[in-house]
Write a protein that binds this ligand. Structure first.
Ligand code: PMP
Length: 363
């Protein structure tokens, strides 16, 4: 099956914008007449430094990152941030608040417990994470070092539609699966982090946007490579950064900025999600898993009445070029991940196929 006949709904690594892939293909063997691929250049060379600086500048422009904050390009995935955040921030007061709204925020809280006290500010475990806690449900610790939450729950298909108000306590947010899909007031956050492999680039680079005043208070046991202060001082180049992934992020950002930036992305994201949710709301065969008001515009989780029928749907969809619609193994069911690079036509085609499947089952 060739690329033209496929819509890829993978939760991550996910599809990238075609123009970015085409640019990378053109540059692959010989980057702009340098005689080298980006994979073969010294990260200390002026030619690579330019790629790095431009990518950072494009990300700063796209997210309107204020000068109070630094952009870091790190490694280890979003999962390494589960340790890096408490190691660097817990020292302040020895305690942090965590909202548990899914798999990744729960793992993050368990990791943080190794380095200090963790207060569970809210948990939606009792309803299998089908909703997001309301502001008034949050049990906040006034002197917590930070409040951690995951903006979009990739596996369960829920999304925080509001920014929690935590007073003076810095917000730390895992935006792995919704970064760059909407405007964000970065100044409200102490730290935003995200693995690249959904909305940004191939896996391998982790974007961290940090309020510089939070760095420099790491616990003494903090490994060298996990110090925000060191990475800020060295502009993410204490060691070799993920050069190729940063370059790819730059190409994705070129595309994103041409499409109207995060403001443009938000309009398309709403259109995509509405198409799919409107159909799920009327379907007699499929039903959405998350509570209506909290459902994610990026990861649409749904199911039929049985595991067998879910399986049959996935097989039929795959044969028609709608790939990776199986739900995460923790929850089963079905999931369509519709990140920035998914065209509206892809969702329209999926909905048409789902309708056809529903008719064939004569519900
Ligand atoms: N947080 C969220 C919201 C995720 O979706 C993922 C991965 N799917 C992670 C964290 C873990 O990311 P990584 O694989 O980059 O460590």
């Amino acid at each position: 099956m060739s690329r033209e006949h496929v819509y890829n709904f993978s939760a991550g690594p996910s599809m990238l914008p075609l123009p970015a892939l085409e640019r990378a293909t053109a540059d692959l063997l010989d980057y702009q007449g340098s005689g080298m691929s980006v994979m073969e250049m010294s990260h200390r060379s002026s030619i690579y430094q330019k790629i790095f600086d431009e990518t950072k500048a494009k990300l700063k422009a796209a997210l309107h990152v204020p000068d109070s904050h630094e952009i870091l390009f790190l490694q280890g995935g979003a999962s390494t941030q589960f340790s890096m955040v408490p190691l660097n921030l817990m020292g302040e007061n020895g305690c942090a608040d965590y909202a548990l709204t899914g798999n990744f925020s729960t793992i993050a809280s368990k990791e943080a417990k190794k380095y200090g006290r963790v207060n569970i500010a809210a948990s939606t475990e009792a309803c299998n994470h089908t909703r997001i806690p309301k502001q008034e449900e949050l049990v906040l610790t006034p002197d917590a070092s930070y409040f951690h939450y995951c903006a979009n729950n990739t596996i369960f298909g829920t999304e925080w539609k509001y920014v929690p108000d935590t007073g003076k306590v810095p917000l730390v947010c895992d935006m792995s699966s919704d970064i760059l899909s909407r405007p964000v007031d970065v100044s409200r956050y102490g730290i935003i982090y995200a693995g690249a492999q959904k909305n940004m680039a191939p896996s391998g680079v982790t974007v961290v946007i940090i309020d510089k005043s939070l760095a420099g208070h790491e616990l003494p046991i903090t490994p060298l490579m996990l110090s925000y202060k060191l990475m800020i001082d060295k502009d993410s180049m204490y060691n070799t950064p993920p050069c190729w992934c940063i370059y790819m992020l730059g190409l994705t950002l070129d595309w994103l900025l041409e499409q109207g930036g995060v403001e443009g992305m938000e309009i398309i994201k709403r259109e995509r999600a509405k198409l799919l949710y409107d159909y799920l709301d009327e379907s007699k065969l499929f039903r959405g898993c998350a509570e209506r008001e909290d459902r994610s515009d990026m990861n649409v989780t749904y199911r039929t009445a049985s595991d067998e029928l879910d399986k049959e749907f996935v097989a039929a969809a795959t044969a028609r070029g709608f790939l990776n619609l199986k739900g995460h193994r923790l929850v089963g069911g079905l999931r369509a991940s519709i990140y920035n690079a998914m065209p509206v036509e892809g969702v329209k085609a999926l909905v048409d196929f789902m309708k056809e499947f529903e008719v064939s089952k004569r519900v």
